[in-house]
Design a protein around this ligand. Structure first.
Ligand code: API
Length: 285
């Protein structure tokens, strides 16, 4: 099967994009296709697969699949890449437009021109904080802020935020000491998170900046996670470490994102999106 694709990334968080407007894809193929394209040796190499598809509910639609084939409900870096692609390929008329995700619609605004979008701002909507909507098991339906979280032989303090996908945020004193590859995979699949969870470790640098590392649900360590950066700023504000309605620079392994959680409860994300390569993927199922 010869499948036209474009590889794009947001701060090194890369996905293989297929334009479903031009190339309809069978639902039953998607799980295996995501695993196939993500494979660096026999595929193209990426953190997963993203479909850009027609929808009656927004200007364009986005579906994201992790490199293990599981489908996520939202993807911040992916949204910026979809916005760049849609504008550069004339799928949308205006610089500002809506993108449908499995978690609902967002509003994107591209900065640049039809031949090259440099940066994208996304209104990511409101964070979801109630425990049962993360989802996280436990008694109260209150927010999970700095809750004791025993795991392996440690007792951590967790704050959970959903941006349509679940995030467990932990604060560390020194980012380079974050137990990313030891506790990340354990927490990802911890039974307290019935749908799994994306795991972020954060170090506060000052009142305007965070260091950030992520172990992603379904993809492992990635260079960046847009929804994770949003969740981390919300978590830091909930813990009284940062101020609301102020642009925070989040330093991810692959680069910087600029996040605001404003006084109307909206989370804004601004950052770059790049195209790496386009071509045809010859897939032997
Ligand atoms: N990298 C993505 C998040 C992927 C989320 C996925 N790992 C899941 O929720 O299953 C981002 O930029 O937001």
């Amino acid at each position: 099967m010869k499948i036209p694709f474009t590889k794009m990334h947001g701060l090194g968080n890369s996905y293989i994009f297929i334009n479903i407007f031009d190339y309809p894809m069978e639902e039953e193929y998607l799980h295996d296709l995501a695993i196939a394209v993500a494979n660096k040796d026999t595929g193209i190499g990426s953190d997963g697969l993203i479909l850009i598809h027609p929808t009656d509910h927004a200007d364009v639609g986005m579906r994201i699949f992790n490199n293990d084939g599981s489908e996520g409900k939202n993807c911040g870096n992916g949204l910026r890449c979809v916005a760049k692609y849609a504008y550069e390929h004339n799928l949308v008329d205006d610089v500002k437009f809506t993108i449908e995700t499995k978690a609902g619609n967002v509003i994107a605004e591209v900065h640049g021109n039809r031949s090259r979008v440099e940066e994208v701002t996304v209104n990511m909507g409101k964070p979801i904080l109630q425990r049962e909507k993360i989802p996280m098991l436990g008694e109260s339906s209150q927010q999970v802020v700095a809750e004791e979280f025993p795991v392996e032989n440690a007792v951590l303090s967790v704050t959970t935020v959903s941006m349509g996908n679940p995030h467990a945020v932990f604060f560390v004193d020194h980012i380079e000491e974050a137990p990313l590859t030891t506790l990340g995979p354990v927490i990802e699949k911890d039974r307290r998170f019935p749908e799994g969870v994306n795991v972020e470790f954060i170090e506060k640098i000052n009142d305007n900046e965070l260091h950030f590392r992520v172990w992603e649900r379904g993809s492992g360590v990635t260079q960046a996670c847009g929804t994770g950066a949003c969740a981390s700023v919300v978590a830091a504000i909930l813990n009284g470490k940062l101020e609301r309605n102020k642009e925070i620079t989040v330093h991810l392994a692959g680069g910087d994102l600029y996040i605001i959680w404003d006084n109307e409860d909206i989370v804004w994300m601004r950052g770059k999106a790049e195209t790496t390569i386009s071509g045809d993927f010859y897939w032997v199922r």
